[in-house]
Design a protein around this ligand. Sequence first.
Ligand SMILES: [Zn+2]
Length: 396
Amino acid sequence: MTIDDAPREALRGGPRELLRWVATGAAVSRADLSRLSGLSPSTVSQRVEALINQGLLEEAGAGQSRGGRRPRQLAVPTGGAVVGAIDLGAHHARIGTLDLSGRVVQGRTLPVRIEDGPETVLGTLLAEVTALASGGAPGASLASGGGAAGALRGVGIGIPGPVQHSTGRIVSPSRMPGWNGFDVAAFCADRVDVPVIVDNDANLMALGAHRTAHAELDHAVYIKAGTGIGSGVISSGRLHRGAQGSAGDISHCRVVADPAPLCSCGNAGCLEAVASGAALVTALREQGVPVDDLTGVLRLIDDGDRHATALARQAGRAIGEILAVVVNFFNPQVVAIGGRLADCEPLLASMRATLYERCLPLATQTLLIERVATSQDIGITGAAHLVIDHVVSAHP
Ligand SMILES: [Zn+2]
């Protein structure tokens, strides 16, 4: 069981990139990899051999030779090696298995009651993922040593709260009673004997969105706005976690709001208390509008309800204010918003307007402001890449 640090290999031609070129079909041979990376054939060969020894690449299509030596073709193994992924939300979890190129093999959405506590929730989800990987029923094999589950190379887990990266421990999450201080990494280590990597859900979304949509861009900020609100930062092509893993956690940044609503952290006027999905539900109820959940809020906004729409605009401005600070400070090439609130037009419009109003022209001149392509698999894709990066970088 290991908790990996950030992917070390973001340089051109690193093992991770070689693997990605083969996985995407950009390269089928060592010669292709040498041309794409600019590395010498001997360096490429050395790295390819290491990847083959780890079972991350294989030689395929060794066709008949007609005199000259035929270049051996490279491929990502399709023999069942998979990565397990869990993207935990407040009410649902998306779980899946993905191949070593990060493509989803199987995905499934399960209802979750976060208040059941970490042992129950994570125990169930781990069993489900292991069962998916082994093609059996949940609980059939929880260890990678037995049967077909040997194909499982690691499990990536996203948690909707702050995760101390070095330990894999949850620290002071909002709306997760019973989870504070829980050692996710240790709990999982007792149940599977493959690497388990734990991170927060915004980082997973950032990594998944970056690798699938903007892998060519080095600097990016991804906002996840759903029930809660957070962000993940890609710096120089890598997920930037900071010293403890809390980089990008904008949920308790203070915004201008009058009155400033009280936040679960004890302060008033936090972004999460003003602009998250949970905040919109609370604010509408306080105005006497009966609404059950975020789905209800989004429906009201679609129907043009003036209270809900005004709140969404206010939320968009608040997110824009914080994002403007981030953009001025960090100068990303792209800012993308994902999560369920990303589909809320009034919120998006005022976020965008505030961002342009408050940012230096140099910072916004070429800035892309986008929506993260809606996909229920974006989180598990990020989780799988966490594991793939770990497996690749653990054996340089
Ligand atoms: Zn707060």
